[in-house]
Write a protein that binds this ligand. Structure first.
Ligand code: PEP
Ligand code: MG
Length: 621
């Protein structure tokens, strides 16, 4: 039976919010912010700035011999804080003049406080003279300055002057918290205080932060940093939360209690919406819910083209909370199970038993439908504290993490991690149909080395008397670097299947950080270079009669479905909410038309031309 999706919780709160919003707009005028649309849907709700956790200062005192090193830690934190603020400041340029002139002075004041200021001088002095750790010194000095400012608050002062003093004191506190967060590398945020139905607004959200969000309590998410296919965006899409990333200036423009409308398709955020905007947003919320209901009717229909070609439609899974969404979506199995979630937001590395149990639950929930489990893809922006704390990996440096010890490279360097994970996957694979996937492969040597470990682990498990399948699950690889795509013919001799990861493939091909707002406009999976690499890798697999699927975000874009089918792809894996839309396209096309269409598209060298062709598919072709 098709399940009608319950209306989003914001539905019920709409009337209340509308009234509150209307009252508010008398005081604060409506303002529009633009960002990158990353997760469709419209949200209306009160904004809630993330509460940065009170950093826990475990080290109060230092030895006299450590003052030099402590000073250097402080300098590094100052540099990092200035960089963060300079980035925010630079991005204000996209705002209208009046908004810039309101927000910029505040950020400038923060930056100044990190220069040769009373705060910085005082902190340095405390480190040297009272042997406080850098973080303890920052807290002590900022409190002292804040108290000194508030001591000027005499009863005769006007309300305005008092507010001015309070503001200065708060600013000191704010910059101190930033410094301490950077000094202590505070691991993750707590969203415990997030009111139900709120719109979470943050300067930045790491994938590990996004993993802590409860989509049933949250109306929407907005950040000032982030890109369209960064891992945070991928997570938010997976959770089905309307989201806009890269909305410059918002965190400094909003005030507690402000209402906002987030349009995750248009990439806009309206702060303090007026009655007209609120009414339109209310209608959009209803229309979106209705569209979802209509799509849910497709759930039980097969993903077959009009000329009878069956297409494998699967879902990607980032977090276990997505399981019900995947089951409801009509996806047949999981084409990409990202295992990073299991390592996030904890202090120790999960052992074999814990991992086995986690995988088993997911495999069982799929009732025999295939599950492709990817081994840990640490690195890039996917910082995982447990690994850093265990000393398994260095702290991710600012230098070039995407080109560093990422994915399979780390696992081969620390084979004990890979062995544990292989063992857990092999044991869980008794519960259903499993495949194993290696991330960030760039050469055949990596596949050979991983396969050796895979077979060794299987042997060891058998000796231990563990039940594992007689025939080992297929061992496949991600094609997500130009190096892998261009050597796909050689890799096809070593791997059992390919999964094309278009997110990293786009980033590495175009040399564009997928999570970076400043270059988000250059991140273009429809660039002919990316499409040619997909074609090259797909053809290499098809020649070997080897399974090939696409599991990057490109697979979720219905406008690209005819092209991918025309290139020979017959298996797609995507966020659960995209499954019905893509299925609808599949059921409306013929493979022969897709092949002709793909030929035309692949002749193009201009991304704009490609986009125009994609939008025109089926219109007079
Ligand atoms: C990809 O790179 O396309 C991919 C699917 O992997 P991830 O997004 O986890 O890096
Ligand atoms: Mg990837």
């Amino acid at each position: 039976m098709n399940r009608i999706e319950p209306p989003p919780p914001q539905h019920q709160r709409l009337a209340r919010i509308a009234t509150a919003g209307l009252a508010d707009t008398n005081v604060r005028s409506e303002r529009l912010f633009h960002g990158i649309p990353v997760s469709a849907g419209v949200a209306i709700g009160p904004v809630f700035g993330t509460i940065e956790p009170e950093a826990i200062i475990t080290r109060q005192k230092i030895q006299a011999s450590d003052t030099g090193a402590e000073g250097a830690r402080l300098e590094a934190a100052i540099v990092q804080s200035r960089k963060q603020l300079a980035k925010l400041r630079a991005r204000l340029a996209v705002l209208p003049e009046e908004s810039q002139s309101e927000i910029a002075p505040l950020i400038d004041a923060y930056i100044r406080m990190l220069g040769p200021s009373r705060l910085v001088r005082g902190v340095k002095q405390r480190i040297k003279e009272t042997l406080l750790s850098a973080e303890a010194a920052v807290m002590a000095e900022s409190r002292a300055i804040g108290d000194a400012i508030m001591a000027q608050a005499e009863p005769c002062l006007s309300a305005e002057d008092l507010a001015g003093l309070q503001r200065r004191s708060d600013e000191i506190g704010e910059i101190a918290r930033r410094l301490v967060r950077n000094l202590t590398r505070t691991p993750f945020r707590s969203f415990a205080g997030l009111p139900e139905g709120a719109i979470l607004v943050a300067e930045a959200l790491r994938p590990a932060d996004a993993a802590l969000l409860d989509p049933s309590r949250l109306a929407g998410v907005v950040t000032e940093a982030g890109g369209a296919d960064g891992h945070t965006a991928v997570m938010l899409r997976a959770l089905g939360v309307p989201a806009v990333l890269g909305a410059a200036g918002l965190t400094h423009a909003m005030q507690p209690g402000d209402i906002a409308v987030v349009d995750g398709l248009a990439g806009t955020v309206t702060l303090n919406p007026g009655p007209v905007t609120l009414a339109a947003a209310g209608k959009a919320v209803t229309a979106f819910a209705r569209e979802r209901q209509q799509y849910s009717r497709l759930r039980r229909l097969p993903a077959v083209t009009r000329d009878g070609e069956a297409i494998e439609l699967q879902a990607n899974l980032e977090l276990p909370v997505e399981l019900p969404l995947i089951v409801q979506s009509g996806a047949v199995g999981i084409g990409l199970l990202r295992t990073e979630f299991m390592f996030m937001n904890r202090e120790t590395i999960p052992d074999e038993a814990t991992q086995t149990e986690n995988y088993r639950v997911i495999v069982e929930a799929m009732h025999g439908d295939p599950v492709t489990i990817r081994v840990l893809d640490w690195g890039g922006e996917k910082e995982i504290e447990a690994l850093t704390l265990a000393g398994v990996v260095p702290e991710i440096s600012d230098a070039n993490p995407a080109l560093g010890l990422r994915g399979i490279r780390l696992l081969l360097r620390r084979p004990e991690l890979l062995e544990t994970q292989f063992a857990a996957i092999l044991r869980a694979s008794m519960a259903g149909s499993v495949r194993v996937l290696l991330p960030m492969v760039t050469n055949v040597g990596e596949v050979r080395a991983a396969r050796k470990i895979y077979e060794r682990v299987a042997k060891r498990l058998r000796r231990r008397g563990e039940g594992i399948p007689e025939k080992l699950p297929p061992l496949g690889i991600m094609i997500e670097t130009p190096g892998a795509a261009l050597s796909a013919d050689a890799l096809a001799l070593e791997a059992d299947f390919f999964s094309i990861g278009t997110n990293d493939l786009t980033a590495y091909t175009l040399a564009v950080d997928r999570g970076e707002t400043d270059v988000a406009d250059l991140y273009d999976p429809m660039h002919p270079a990316v499409l040619r690499l997909i074609q090259f890798a797909t053809e290499a697999a098809l020649r070997m009669r080897m399974p090939v699927s696409i599991c990057g975000e490109l697979a979720a874009a219905p406008r690209l479905t005819p092209l991918l089918l025309g290139l020979g792809v017959r298996s797609l894996s995507m966020n659960a909410s995209a499954v019905p839309k893509v299925k609808q396209v599949i059921r409306s096309v013929e493979i022969s038309a897709c092949i002709r269409f793909a030929q035309r598209v692949m002749e193009q060298s201009d991304p704009e031309q490609i986009r125009a062709l994609l939008d025109g598919f089926g219109l007079g072709d």
